[in-house]
Design a protein around this ligand. Sequence first.
Ligand code: NAD
Length: 280
Amino acid sequence: MRLPFWGTQPDGSGHTRENMDMTNVAPENDRGLAGQTIYVSGAGAGIGRAIAEALGAAGANLALFDLDAAAMEAVAGPLLGQGLRVSCHTGDVACAADVHTAIEQAVQLHKRLDGAVNNAGIVGASADVLDYPAEVFSRVLDVNVLGVLHGMQAQLGVMKRQGSGAIVNIASAAAIIGWAGHSAYVASKHAVVGLTKTAALEYAAQGIRINAVCPAFIYTDLTAGLFQTPGVHDAAVANHPIGRLGQPREVAEAVMWLLSDRSSFAVGSSLVVDGASTID
Ligand code: NAD
C-alpha cells in the first residue's frame, strides 16, 4: 500500500489542527465538522470525491482511500491548498488488510477518527439472474458488502476507544426496490442497509452513530457506463418524478448531515436521496 501524506510531516511540522487557517470556511458550511478527521473510501471520483470536497469546504481533515491512487491524489491536491491535513491510502476495500492498514495509518497520522464514509462500490454486470456470471456476483458482494464490513470493523475499533464516532455507509435506492438486470448490485445494497441497521443497534449505546444513505441515479462515472446503452438515460430520468437525475453534491449534503452532530438522534436510518424514484 502506497501512502503519500501531505499537510503534517511525520516530524510534526506543517499544518496541525491548532494552526489550520479556517478563514476560508464560510459560516453556512459550519456544521461542527471543522478540525474533525473523516475517512472516505472511493474518494477518487463521483460521490466519494464530492463528499471529500464538501468535507474539505467544511474544514474537516481527511483520510482518503481508493484503488486509483492518481485520481485520489488529484482530489487531495486542492484540499491541501485549503490548509487541511489530508492523507491518501491506496487499496481495495474488498481486502481486509488494505482497509485495516489504511485506518491504522490514518489514525497514526491524524491521531483520531471522528467519522467515516464507506462509499466505494461497483455496479457489476448487466444480466438477468439466469445468466448472471457468478464470479462477477461474488466480486460485487466482496466490494459492496465485505468492503463496508471491513471498513466498519477497522473504524469501530478506533471509535470504541474514543467513545464517539459517526459512520455513513453508502447504499442505494437499489437497497429499497429491485432493478432488473442488476441482481448482484441490488442484493449487495440490501445487505448494506441490513448491516448498517445491525451495527447501529450494537454500537448506539457506545456513542457511535451508524447510518446509510440511499441515492437514486446520480451523474458519475458509474452511471456514465450504464448510460452508454441507448435509452437507459431517458428511462432513468422518467423514473424520477423530480424530472432529473441527481448530482454527487446532493448526496454529499446528506452525508455531511449524518456525520455532523446536527443528526444526533439519527441512528440506523437509511436516508433516501432519490428524487421520489422509490416512492411507488
Ligand atoms: P464511481 O465509479 O464514480 O466512483 C467510485 C470510486 O470508488 C472510484 O474512485 C473507484 O476507483 C473507487 N473504487 C471502486 N472500487 C473500489 C475498491 N474495490 N476499493 C477502493 N476503491 C474503489 O462511483 P459512484 O457513482 O461515485 O458510486 C459511489 C457509491 O455510491 C457506490 O457505493 C455506489 O454503489 C453508490 N451509488 C451510486 C449511485 C449512482 O447513481 N452513481 C446511486 C446509488 C448509490
